[in-house]
Write a protein that binds this ligand. Structure first.
Ligand SMILES: [Zn+2]
Length: 324
């Protein structure tokens, strides 16, 4: 079982439900990507199938546990969107399986990933099961936003919310994944999603953007007039779409926030720990930093209002020149 995004508190909760025979038949797991929804559903499934569960947890050594870990347990059925949606025939197959299991009396566990992508007819089809769950079937619906699931389905499930991994936890996990020290803070700040963080870490464009924004920030802090030209020469070529522009503004914002923390000597909350020395060597003018943070937040609003990218970025540098 993958251990990088486990939810120990929820595991405890479910172990207890299992021990006291109060495990439900239909659950809706809600949480951001990478919060371990599927890992937990599989962990519970393993407990259900385990031949000798211990304190409500899978033993990890019996035949079924081994088959589970090898991904070779036919009574665990996973459904994912087929293209953009989960279609009615996917659910129909599932229902056929449901009825079979009732006859044969064997346990079955169903995990439906991205359940919000069920078409209305697929969802309606699923409702029949939820109205009369057989004793030996268990259903786990996984979603990022529970409001996107039909209320009629939602009301028949027990809803479990998954909290995002905390920043330190995230940094620890990323460090174990071999992510470079200088990237840990920023990645853990930008996302709670382990997969997304790993993707960013290996994305050359992201690395280059980080380097450029750092250079830009240094020019801005020195009030160097080159900061305006830098937008056209160095930043604009990296702005493939709005995602990069937003990222660029966020990265710049984090440098200013770090500077603010330096000014108040709150060294522990600094995102870019490996830049600590460089920050300390810069002249910290709290009034100017505050002003620049406001300017960046305004720039983000301009971007939302579809003002042209180069204009938005240049306005940051221009206003930086104007402030006393
Ligand atoms: Zn076992």
């Amino acid at each position: 079982m993958k251990s990088d995004n486990r939810q120990p508190e929820l595991e405890k909760l479910f172990a207890k439900s299992f021990l006291t025979n109060r495990l439900g038949h239909a659950y809706l797991f809600e949480g951001a990507r990478g919060t371990g929804k599927k890992e937990l559903a599989k962990w519970i499934a393993q407990t259900i199938f385990c031949e000798q569960p211990e304190s409500g947890q899978p033993c990890g050594v019996c035949r079924n546990c081994r088959r589970m870990m090898e991904g070779n347990l036919p009574d665990l059925i996973e459904i994912e969107p087929d293209g953009q949606s989960i279609k009615v025939n996917q659910i129909r197959e599932l229902k056929t399986e449901f009825s079979k299991s009732a006859v044969e009396g064997s346990k079955k566990v169903y995990i439906i990933d991205q359940a919000e992508k069920m078409t209305v007819s697929a969802a309606n089809s699923l409702l029949t099961f939820l109205e009369d769950p057989s004793q030996d079937t268990y259903l786990f619906l996984l979603t990022t936003v529970k409001e996107n699931i039909l209320p009629t389905i939602r009301s028949r499930c027990q809803i479990i919310h998954f909290h995002s991994l905390k920043r330190e936890m995230m940094e620890k996990v990323l460090r174990e994944e071999g992510i470079k020290e200088e990237n840990l803070g920023i990645l853990a700040t930008l996302t709670n999603d382990l997969d997304e963080a790993k993707n960013l870490a290996s994305d050359d464009l992201f690395q280059e953007l980080q380097n450029k924004v750092w250079k830009w920030f240094q020019l801005l802090m020195k009030k160097d007039s080159m900061a305006i030209l830098f937008v056209a020469t160095d930043l604009m070529p990296l702005m493939k779409d709005k995602v990069q522009v937003v990222l660029c503004l966020d990265l710049l914002l984090f440098h200013y926030r770090d500077s603010m923390h330096i000014a108040f000597n709150r060294l522990d909350v600094i995102i870019h720990q490996t830049r600590l020395k460089s920050y300390q060597e810069m002249k910290q003018d709290i009034k100017r930093i505050t002003y620049q943070i406001e300017v960046i937040l305004k720039a983000k609003q301009m971007l939302e209002a579809n003002v042209q990218t180069q204009g938005v970025l240049e306005s940051i540098a221009i206003q930086n020149q104007l402030v006393k």
